[in-house]
Design a protein around this ligand. Structure first.
Ligand SMILES: *Cc1c(COP(=O)(O)O)cnc(C)c1O
Length: 363
């Protein structure tokens, strides 16, 4: 059986380095917000190309803190794509702001025309989600945000290292929000996240908000949160970050091989926009008979995952937004037809070929 993902491979490939880093922290006597976190923040900012990076506890809280630091809350609207992981939408609504959903384009990012049409006098920001690893249409969306004086936040939970026109995701907007959940391209061994920004004021706000609203111990300026990153995850992330280009290059090779080998008129393959790039967080194909295909592949020994079967507007959590089936036909079509093929560190040539053969033999 070829599993859809193999996180253990990602550990064993750099086992000695991970173990050394973990022991260094365990023996240091210092476990939360210390030297490892500071070093990781500097190294990640340098990698992304942002002035600042602030480590936080997970991706959802990175989003939540981004909107909070930007002063976005009740009565404000934030536009984002309807076809995303539900955490993106939660990052908006946790602050009391209203998520305004729009249809995606063919690359799964928000359709710039739909974004522009959704703007009202209450719109305060746009949240782009670089879904499956591909950078959104940032040339068009940054223009729209500038023209309408809107804040721009990027959900980069799936796009560590991908770029558009040689500029990396996480540097286009006011804030870039990252998750380092273990399945992400830059994965920790537990929960972790970060925000990136070029704005020194925002950087300061994030540092205060993540630690009970205090810059100096016991001097609490605002009612903050506990969204701290711990030393163990930071030290392990530093190891993974030093290999991220290699990790992403391997995923690109797997994606290229799928593109070469898969040939079945029932299947739509993913495409990457000119000047853009994908770090292939997922390799997502589409098929009108997706559920049958998934079952067929399982019979052939190929594991797959659906990202994501229920779009946020049809989930119980967002029933209060008042949407119904049919409101976002493109999003709903994607939810009914997408399927993620196996994609992980250490996938063998034989495994890639077996997946492609299984997909090709579906009739
Ligand atoms: C994983 C993910 C998140 C949430 O990150 P957590 O660290 O799990 O809280 C948010 N948005 C997207 C697009 C994600 O894939």
């Amino acid at each position: 059986m070829i599993q859809a993902n193999r996180l253990d491979n990602g550990f064993f490939k750099y086992q000695k380095e991970f173990e050394d880093a973990a022991l260094r922290v365990l023996r240091s006597g210092y476990y939360v917000l210390g030297k490892e976190v500071e070093s990781f923040e500097n190294e990640f900012a340098a990698y992304i190309g942002s002035k600042y990076c602030v480590g936080v506890d997970n991706g959802l809280n990175a989003l939540k803190l981004a909107f909070r630091a930007l002063g976005i809350g009740p009565g404000d609207e934030v536009i984002t794509q309807a076809s995303t992981y539900i955490a993106s939408v939660m990052g908006i609504s946790m602050n009391g702001a209203t998520p305004v959903l729009v249809e995606p384009d063919e690359y799964y990012g928000p359709d710039p025309k739909a974004v522009e049409k959704a703007i009202t006098e209450r719109t305060k920001a746009v949240l782009v989600v670089h879904l499956y690893g591909q950078c959104c249409k940032m040339d068009e969306i940054t223009k729209i945000c500038r023209a309408h004086s809107l804040k721009l936040v990027e959900d980069c939970a799936q796009s560590h290292g991908s770029d558009f026109d040689n500029k990396r995701t996480g540097t286009f907007g006011d804030v870039g929000c990252f998750s380092f959940y273990p399945t992400k391209n830059l994965g920790a061994f537990g929960d972790a996240g970060a925000v990136t920004t070029d704005d020194p004021e925002l950087d300061k706000k994030f540092r205060v908000l993540r630690n009970y609203g205090s810059e100096k111990r016991y001097h609490n300026m605002v009612v903050g949160e506990n969204s701290r990153l711990d030393e163990l995850q930071a030290a392990l992330l530093r190891v993974r970050l030093s290999h991220l280009d290699e990790i992403n290059a391997e995923r690109a090779e797997i994606a290229a091989a799928y593109g070469r080998l898969i040939d079945n008129p029932l299947i739509t393959l993913p495409t990457v926009r000119e000047k853009g790039s994908s770090v292939w967080h997922q390799y997502v194909i589409r098929c009108d008979r997706r559920d049958e295909l998934k079952e067929y592949l399982a019979e052939q020994g190929v594991g797959t995952i659906i990202h994501y079967p229920i779009p946020p507007h049809l989930s119980q959590a967002y029933a209060y937004l008042g949407h119904k089936k049919g409101d976002f036909p493109i999003t709903e079509k994607y939810a009914d037809t997408v399927l993620s093929l196996p994609m992980f560190t250490g996938m063998t040539k034989e495994e890639i070929e077996k997946v492609a053969e299984a997909v090709n033999s579906f009739r």
